[in-house]
Design a protein around this ligand. Structure first.
Ligand code: NAD
Length: 395
């Protein structure tokens, strides 16, 4: 089958297996080029391991410090004549490369919020790997069925209290327009906290601790975002921000628990805004990212997920002493994004950006190419006109 991108709004419904494998290889090559991460993790559980920041964390742990890993994700496998979602192909490529390098890699495809998948993960860790010294929590999901109540919670990306009007871009059509987003109801805000807050992270840690599968001194990290003030109504001060406050609450509770278990630690890492499947769904943010890319590429400080995670592991998590925390106890790898000189330039462009000058003032081209790369399209050395077998089994 010849597989071409089919973009529908902010998703691409096809993915290219060879392209996804090339994308994984690029990330592995980056980690190898940066050299070993001393004092790095040995046995890692990554929850949300197939795309974006979780995938980059898994690659960093495996190829930066030789870690064994179990990855949890929720992807649509391929069928005869139908491509899988990209995270399926990513996980196949990662697993093949990790095993070729002599590293253990186990995968579970299913709903991480469920008790069943947690039990499967515990069994796999106990059987194949032994207690974990690092747990990465990197889920981004639109819904969660609560394992105890059975209720289905849906997350929304809305402001709180008042409506929010700002610029946004249709990244496909290149049209800049104004968007007004009505505020969330209290029920929608609570649902978003139920999906993207910290309860499930705590459930994972409790399950691991209960099964004695947390190594003494283990670390756990979850990811958050802050960004510039004019995105706060839709992000930091919106429904997702409220969920992130709950994630920070959970980080403190988990930290206390891990600390008491051999001096472990848990915290939030605030990461840079990047094109991922999760971020492309947020109104306003893609225009901000297109401008940010332009400014950071010009400054020579642009990073993707893999560069961010390499820097997080090498200079913060496993730097041989303590990470540098901000006043709220978070680790910041959004520090280069938030530099005043970067933000001042981004804000000036933000005010000027229109449909007509989008190509000159912003890196919409870089945004689009990163978006397509998420699905394995546009990778150098891949022949996209050649036949490829879409149906690929997890090794
Ligand atoms: P992503 O969409 O690339 O990855 C989400 C992962 O979660 C995938 O592996 C997916 O399979 C998995 N997943 C989703 N629902 C699941 C379920 N029910 N069961 C099992 N797995 C499931 O997202 P991302 O952008 O890498 O986001 C990861 C974290 O990083 C989020 O907490 C996000 O808020 C945070 N973050 C993202 C950005 C950004 O700009 N993308 C910036 C800072 C922080």
């Amino acid at each position: 089958m010849i597989i071409k991108p089919k973009v529908r709004g902010f998703v691409c419904v096809t993915a290219h297996p060879t392209g996804c494998a090339a994308h994984i290889q690029q990330q592995i090559d980056h980690i190898k080029a940066r050299g070993p991460i001393k004092h790095g993790p040995r046995k890692v559980l990554v929850i949300g391991a197939s795309t974006g920041y979780g995938l980059a964390s898994r690659i960093t742990a495996a190829f930066g410090s030789g870690a064994a890993s179990v990855g949890i994700f929720y992807e649509r496998p391929s069928e005869e004549g139908r491509s899988a979602t990209s995270g399926w192909y990513n996980s196949i490529a990662f697993t093949t490369a990790a095993r070729a390098a002599g590293l253990y890699a186990g995968n579970i495809n299913g709903d991480a919020f469920s008790d069943n998948i947690k039990q499967q993960a515990l069994a796999m860790i106990a059987r194949d790997m032994g207690p974990v010294d690092l747990v990465i929590y990197s889920l981004a999901s639109p819904r969660r069925q609560h394992p105890k109540t059975g209720a289905v919670h849906k997350s929304v990306l809305k402001p709180l209290g008042a409506s929010y009007t700002n610029k946004t871009v249709d990244t496909d059509k290149g049209i800049v327009s104004e968007i007004t987003i009505e505020p969330a109801s209290e029920a929608e805000a609570a649902d978003t906290v139920a999906v993207m807050g910290g309860e499930d992270w705590e459930m994972w840690i409790n399950a691991l601790a209960g099964a004695k599968l947390l190594a003494p001194g283990a670390t756990s990290v979850a990811y958050s975002y802050i960004g510039p003030v004019y995105t706060w109504p839709i992000y930091k001060d919106g429904t997702i921000g409220r969920a992130k406050i709950d994630l920070e609450r959970a980080a403190q509770a988990i930290h206390a628990r891990l600390m008491a278990h051999g001096g472990g630690r848990a915290f939030i890492s605030v990461n840079k805004a990047l094109v991922t499947q999760a971020s492309s769904a947020i109104p306003v943010v893609p225009l901000y990212i297109s401008i940010l890319y332009k400014v950071m590429k010009a400054a020579g400080t642009h990073e993707g997920c893999i560069e961010q995670m390499q820097r997080l592991f090498a200079t913060q998590l496993y730097n041989g002493h303590s990470p540098k925390y901000d006043s709220e106890g978070r680790v910041r790898v959004d520090d280069w994004e938030m530099r005043p000189e970067v933000q001042d330039t981004v804000s000036a462009i933000w005010l000027k950006a229109t449909t007509e000058n989008l190509a000159q003032l912003t890196d919409i081209v870089g945004y689009r190419s990163d978006f397509l790369r998420l699905f394995g399209f546009g990778l150098p050395g891949v022949s996209y006109d050649a036949e490829v077998e879409p149906h690929q089994l997890m090794p």
